[in-house]
Design a protein around this ligand. Structure first.
Ligand code: AVJ
Length: 319
């Protein structure tokens, strides 16, 4: 395994977090970008979410990868370099790699260096012949692929419906840049969550055990710890609603009273019921997602879904 040069190291997140919170809470419609939910504790809580009965995406996608892995591997061809965007714990990658014939390399890209190292060590043990070249970077920024993968055909892998975090424009922009990075002739296997009944959708983002609430409210603990905040977590609540017009789950931190808080020596006021938007999770129909991919210059091909039409896996190609 090789680790990236300093030039590819990401900026320390601390200053960025401070800037995002101070600016985001100064706007009339308060918001904090969702990537700040995923610190070490947040990533742990998200892993807990993926194991909830109500949270169908993870197990459904894992099922699809198992069922259609061979078909996917055949489409990708032999000797591919697999490039995973936002690989995190790389919990789904082995299913894909097991089906692929003589993959040339695995390139996990993630902003969390610890998760990246851990996953690389685990996969290296599991696939001793597979060269692994981790890239420590924010995959939403411009990145370079390691020289070591040379001219191997590339298969991008973007599971989990992480693309659902992005607004339409940002999603198109990301897919276009992923296409430029992977290059001509490459493939992209991408998971997209599907639109569905609210009685299934809402509990997936507001579970009975309150794990999702804990995940959302962890942001308050992070603000208190890292940005000298004095927020009282009991005075806020997790709120998940479905925006029917746009087709997305919207997650908020809601203030339970009129209150004023202090963060890095600055004061912020909340009225009772006021919300801070912290995450979006866009849901697509298959035609909608194909249209989005086409806008970003990808050819749409195979789509796999489960028998309950909960989740979709798309295989895209680049001419
Ligand atoms: C990591 C963006 C795929 O949208 O389902 C789940 C995030 N937040 N529950 C999703 C999330 C709260 C998740 N993604």
């Amino acid at each position: 395994m090789t680790f990236p040069a300093d030039a590819r190291e990401v900026e320390p997140l601390q200053a960025e977090f401070a800037e995002a919170v101070l600016t985001g809470l100064s706007q009339p419609a308060k918001h904090i970008p969702c990537r700040f939910l995923y610190d070490a504790r947040g990533s742990e809580l998200f892993e807990d979410i993926t194991r909830l009965d109500e949270y169908y995406p993870t197990r459904t996608e894992i099922g699809l990868l198992g069922t259609y892995g061979q078909e996917i591997a055949n489409l990708a061809g032999d000797g591919c370099a697999v490039v995973e965007f936002g690989s995190g714990s790389s919990r789904k990658t082995h299913i894909l790699l097991e089906h692929m014939k003589a993959p040339a390399a695995y390139v996990p890209i993630d902003i969390d260096d610890a998760a990246l190292k851990e996953a690389s060590v685990r996969l290296e043990r599991q696939f001793p012949d597979l060269p692994i070249h981790p890239v420590h970077a924010d995959f939403s920024q411009d990145i370079d692929l390691p020289d070591e993968i040379g001219g191997a055909p590339r298969l991008g892998f973007f599971p989990g419906s992480t693309i659902g975090n992005f607004n339409l424009d940002v999603a198109v922009d990301f897919l276009a840049r992923a296409g430029a990075l992977l290059g001509e002739g490459s493939g992209l296997l991408i998971g997209a969550d599907l639109q569905k009944d609210l009685d299934v959708l809402i509990p997936a983002y507001d579970d009975a055990k309150g794990v999702t609430a804990k995940f959302t409210l962890n942001l308050i603990h992070r603000i208190n710890r890292e940005l000298k905040g004095n927020l009282v977590v009991e005075r806020f609540a997790h709120k998940a609603i479905y925006n029917d017009e746009i087709g997305r789950i919207e997650i908020y931190i809601e203030s339970l009273s009129d209150q004023t808080v202090e963060i890095l020596g600055r004061r912020f006021s909340f009225s009772e019921g006021e919300r801070v938007q912290v995450e979006y999770s866009h849901k697509y129909t298959i035609p909608q997602f194909r249209e989005l991919a086409a806008k970003a210059g990808w050819q749409t091909g195979q789509v796999w879904t489960d028998e309950n039409d909960l989740f979709s896996l798309h295989y895209l190609t680049r001419a």
